[in-house]
Design a protein around this ligand. Structure first.
Ligand code: HGY
Ligand code: MN
Ligand code: MN
Length: 415
């Protein structure tokens, strides 16, 4: 008995979810726990209900739905999922694909009349992106105990509201305790979000793990002064220190070489006026590397340089960590299973690490966990032009179904 994935049905759901928070030029903005996120949650939860799944949600708004196995829904499920929150310039596929593909797999399995040994489940986790509230992977981190619930509820967002306030404002907190979701294994289908698969002409990535992530916020205090009358040797220009940190981030990536990456995503000056020397500057630096020791060396160099720049300019400097996750390895057997299934299906695949963070990395310490990548056209993501075609998505969903069913105790031939 084989499972037939309905790519048109899945594409229609991707489009429907993408209409929530739709941006004028395409793409969408559904910041975590925003009204748009609430609308997206309602739409997806409605699809869970339509399939007659058993609905669950925890006190952090993580939400999952279970299709019973032979013994009902009490056994630890094979879990598929991802996130439905987006960055402010999000595409239609980052996160959404993993959740909606999980729904599609479950619907197709039900249509095939298949009974699995283990339950199958699909989830979306709160605030994977970390765009509004840092750190990223917050919901899955709380669900797995990697992040403390109370501390995360108290986290202020970039708009000042705390996670707890935002959760209650949209009524997303559920009745179950954080930690209630304990799958037997976790599989996440995701777009690659980079150029590797496309450049290599591969259809599938069997993801071996996630690189380390370090987010810092620097706040520099100097002195406001007249741009025209203040001699250069009298200035305490917070903007110049910030600019030096930006240059240092790029220099670190250059000097360390791939896979080291460095990004300054946020930079603000105050009072932000053309003829006033900035008295205050605040910026974020995102450093990543597959090797933790190298990432720590990059962090140390950045911190040292920032301190020296501030001292030379007579400014004060404070550095705050917004996120730090060590590199994570996925379950080698599950990764191999994905690679073998791709090969068995005649798909061109490769094993590769993930440059982006994902909810899967939070489950890796708890249960066999792995990810399946499909290509991102032009390697573009976190951009409204993010695109992966239905023809590129279909093999990924078929693999997800095949591996999930095998792990749920049902062997199936290829669809
Ligand atoms: O930052 C990341 O890698 C992910 O998109 N949260
Ligand atoms: Mn994502
Ligand atoms: Mn993302």
């Amino acid at each position: 008995m084989s499972v037939r994935i309905d790519i048109d049905r899945l594409s229609a759901r991707i489009a429907a979810l993408g209409r929530i928070g739709a941006l004028p030029g395409g793409g969408c903005k559904r910041l975590a726990l925003s009204p748009e996120d609430a609308e997206g949650r309602a739409l997806v939860t409605g699809w869970f209900r339509d399939l007659g799944l058993e609905l669950h949600s925890d006190q952090f708004g993580n939400t999952w739905a279970i299709r019973p196995g032979r013994g009902g829904t009490t056994a630890a499920p094979v879990l598929m999922g991802s996130h439905i929150d987006t960055v402010a310039t999000g595409g239609l596929y980052d996160g959404a694909l993993g959740v909606l593909a999980g729904i599609e797999v479950i619907e197709a399995v039900s249509e095939a009349g298949i009974e699995t040994e283990r339950p199958l489940a699909v989830a979306f986790f709160t605030n994977e992106e970390g765009a509004r509230f840092q750190p990223d992977m917050m919901g899955s981190g709380v669900a797995t105990g990697a992040l403390d619930l109370a501390a995360m509820l108290a986290q202020p967002g970039i708009d000042g509201m705390t996670v707890g306030e935002a959760l209650s404002r949209i009524g997303a907190a559920g009745p179950e305790p954080a930690g209630a979701l304990r799958p037997s294994c976790y599989l996440e289908l995701h777009i690659e979000q980079g150029p590797v698969l496309e450049r290599a002409g591969r259809a599938i990535g069997a993801v071996t793990g996630v690189q380390g992530i370090s987010w810092s916020e620097f706040t520099i205090e100097g002195a406001a002064a007249h741009a025209g009358t203040t001699p250069m040797d009298m200035r305490r220009d917070a903007g110049v220190v910030a600019a030096g940190i930006v240059a240092e981030a790029r220099a670190i990536a250059r000097d360390f070489g791939p896979p080291q990456v460095a990004t300054v995503g946020r930079l603000q000056f105050a009072p932000d006026i053309v003829n006033v020397v900035p008295e205050r500057a605040q910026l974020t630096v995102d450093l990543r590397n597959t090797d933790d020791a190298t990432l720590r060396a990059a962090e140390a160099r950045l911190a040292e340089r920032a301190r020296a720049l501030a001292e030379a300019e007579g400014c004060t400097l404070t550095q705050r960590s917004l996120a730090r996750f060590a590199p994570v390895g996925f379950d080698p057997d599950l990764v191999e299973e994905i690679a073998q299934a791709a090969a068995g299906a005649g798909l061109s695949g490769c094993k590769m690490p993930s440059g982006a963070g994902h909810d899967a990395q939070m489950f890796a310490p708890l249960c066999p966990t792995a990810m399946i990548f499909v290509p991102s056209q032009g390697g573009v993501s976190h951009n409204i032009r993010e695109y992966t075609s239905p023809a590129q998505i279909l093999p990924g969903v078929q693999l997800l179904a095949q591996v999930a069913l095998a792990r749920a105790g049902h062997r199936q031939d290829r669809t």
